[in-house]
Design a protein around this ligand. Sequence first.
Ligand SMILES: NC(=O)c1ccc[n+]([C@@H]2O[C@H](COP(=O)([O-])OP(=O)(O)OC[C@H]3O[C@@H](n4cnc5c(N)ncnc54)[C@H](O)[C@@H]3O)[C@@H](O)[C@H]2O)c1
Length: 334
Amino acid sequence: MSKKYSVLVTGGAGFIGSALCQKIVKKSNFNLIILDKLTYASNWNKIKNIINNEDVFFYKGSIGNQKILNEILIKFKPIYIFNLAAETHVDNSILNPSKFIKTNILDTHNFLRVLLKYYKNLNKKEANKFKFLQISTDEVYGDIELIEKPVNELKSYNPSSPYSASKAAGDHLVKAYFRTFDFPGLVSNCCNNFGPFQHHEKFIPVIIKSLLENKKIPVYGNGLQIREWIYIDDHCNALLKLIESGKIGESYNIGTGFELTNFQMIERIFNCMRDLSLIKNVSIKECINFIEDRPGHDKRYSLNSSKINKLCGWKPLKDFNEGLKETIYSFVKK
Ligand SMILES: NC(=O)c1ccc[n+]([C@@H]2O[C@H](COP(=O)([O-])OP(=O)(O)OC[C@H]3O[C@@H](n4cnc5c(N)ncnc54)[C@H](O)[C@@H]3O)[C@@H](O)[C@H]2O)c1
């Protein structure tokens, strides 16, 4: 091992985890260990360029696997841990909730149990540095009305889907381990991410791919559900700030204030792709197929992110249209 400190990223082959790993590799003072189960949601192409670096170590496995966790902890003694390993697609959580309970609650708890033991055996200097960041979502707060103010970290969790309920449970466990065992964990709650090469099941890729393939875009219900959007790099920058300066036992919202209805998002993408000459002369109405609403579909999420801004000055930097263009081009066959 060439560098002084080690960072462990779980779910590092996923959409956000892989972008975070790319950023960590650029910071020269860390070894990076990636643990990923490589489920259908992972994307090896997003990390293959860094896998052979001398300070990057990849493990295929689960956060539910005690043996592999102990092997990594003993060998690398990580001081920072980012937990992004999760089942993440709401629709799948409605079809098969058990997978979400297993990964986002049971495996997460196994991870915490193993980490607590590890933490308690660190020497004082290492223990003072050690931090665990649980990457979570705005969906755990449940939905809010149009007239309501963006929610801050004091709002009680009120999840609607098996996905958000399982993430909520994972977050509660992290907080409980802090309160009960002094485990130095903290939680981040981010809004909807977008960026290049997101898994094709997610909303923005579905819109882009449908338009590229002349297929109708499936839109749940009336399309008026509101989501807050962040470019993936802005989220990763916030996570890097939080692991260094976030207070243990606390939660931090990561949002942009940039809210769109699902229909407005389709319009934005449609207009952008038309300007880039990627779609033929069709009207937006011809491209949409309204389908039965998703059960339990949340109306609106909206985060107040002033806490992280006050903590470390973090704010989102990416221009939405620029991020959208990069995302669209990632799905255009060369
Ligand atoms: N995508 C978003 O818009 C968004 C927004 C807020 C928060 N989050 C949270 O960020 C985290 C990452 O999200 P994402 O969009 O990158 O997800 P993703 O589905 O793209 O990636 C998840 C990764 O975790 C891996 N994984 C699954 N189960 C595992 C296990 N038991 N052990 C090890 N690895 C496992 C998968 O193989 C995959 O590579 C999740 O916790 C999610 O809840 C996502």
